[in-house]
Design a protein around this ligand. Structure first.
Ligand SMILES: [Zn+2]
Ligand SMILES: [Zn+2]
Length: 357
């Protein structure tokens, strides 16, 4: 057990004892990760981390209902959640980061603005960080791997906190020149990027304005600002961050990924399909992440609608020929709708194949 190929075959614990410094790299060099199931303590930890703040928020609703929260706030909040969330998933992520479809110029601007309204940073910064994540996924260099401190419960607790939000405070900034030269070269997009503070104002003050006019009262403006502005942004932040923390920690492994990405069904609706993260790491440019039957993916449906309207084109739908060999033995489902079924159809639908991306 002295050469690298042998090390790949041994358990992570043995690899750790061989060389603690090299361990993170060795762990991730294994092609099919045979993870030990998470311990009960680890699962409880993740649960506390994610659910307690959300439950506290839900518990507050009956208290506020009638005087500090109304249907107006819920409806305005839902619309802003939907627009800014899809701005991230369809725009920032699937279009700008991974080019899973091409889009008309005006739609690119709209998507970049909608994504900016999620308050997850300007588009070029977001894309640069996320491309770095894919390049080094769960290895050294990944900006937000939950495994950066190791495998045991204490290291994972620290790692989850890092992957979920502490990484945002990392003073090391991803180089935009290196990771997003295509976006830097787009003058319209740079303009959207520069105007980020304006979208911060719109996404927070917009709900207040609408709530105030709808209820014709200052009270309506204030409650809409709180619920549809602040609470909605917080909720979307946590859902987005959960993709980095939870969807690299536990869930289903339908696909044979080389990192620790997982598919997490219960997050699918709130995350607009982004929690089918295991497929995403196996086939990053694919426009539908919930590629298997029954895996709800609202972002893919929106891209489908854009395509039907003629606003999006060259969409990289799941491709049977490309994906079938990558299904893991654990997978129980087959590829769902929107899948390109055979080689011939794949060529017709996608003449300029970008498989190399
Ligand atoms: Zn990931
Ligand atoms: Zn991605």
């Amino acid at each position: 057990m002295t050469t690298t190929p042998d090390v790949r075959a041994v358990s992570a614990d043995i690899a750790l004892s061989l060389d603690p410094q090299a361990a993170p790299i060795l762990r991730n060099a294994r092609p099919d990760i045979d993870e030990q199931p998470m311990s009960r303590a680890q699962r409880i930890l993740v649960g506390v981390f994610v659910f307690v703040p959300m439950l506290a928020l839900l518990a507050a609703i009956p208290f506020f209902w009638g005087w500090g929260l109304s249907w107006h706030d819920i409806i305005i909040g839902a619309v802003f959640y939907w627009v800014s969330g899809l701005g991230i998933t369809v725009g920032y992520h699937r279009h700008f980061t991974h080019s899973s479809f091409k889009a008309k110029g005006w739609l690119r601007v709209v998507m970049a603005i909608a994504g900016s309204m999620a308050l997850e940073g300007p588009v070029i910064t977001w894309v640069s960080d996320h491309r770095r994540h894919h390049k080094y996924s769960d290895k050294e260099g990944d900006p937000h791997s939950p495994w950066r401190y190791g495998n045991d419960a204490k290291a994972l607790a620290k790692g989850l906190l890092w992957a979920h939000m502490l990484w945002l405070f990392d003073p090391n900034q991803t180089s935009q020149e290196k990771f997003a030269p295509d976006l830097l070269a787009d003058s319209k997009l740079r303009k959207v990027d520069d105007w980020f503070p304006a979208y911060v104002a719109v996404t927070l003050l917009g709900p207040a304005l609408i709530g105030g006019l709808w209820g014709m009262s200052w009270h309506g403006a204030i409650t809409a600002f709180f619920w549809a502005g602040l609470v909605r942004v917080t909720l979307l932040h946590h859902v987005t961050w959960s993709i980095n923390s939870i969807c690299h920690t536990w869930g289903d492994k339908d696909w044979a990924a080389r990192d620790r990405s997982t598919n997490v069904g219960w997050l699918a609706i709130a995350s607009f399909g982004e929690s089918w993260h295991n497929l995403h790491h196996v086939d990053p440019t694919c426009a539908r992440h919930g590629a298997l039957k029954g895996q709800i993916d609202q972002s893919a449906r929106v891209i489908w609608a854009f395509e039907k309207l003629g606003w999006a084109y060259d969409v990289r739908w799941p491709n049977e020929a490309r994906l079938n060999g990558k299904l893991s033995p654990e997978a129980t489902r087959r590829l769902g709708s929107m899948t390109v079924r055979n080689e011939k159809a794949a060529k017709a639908a996608n003449p300029a194949d970008r498989t190399a991306a």
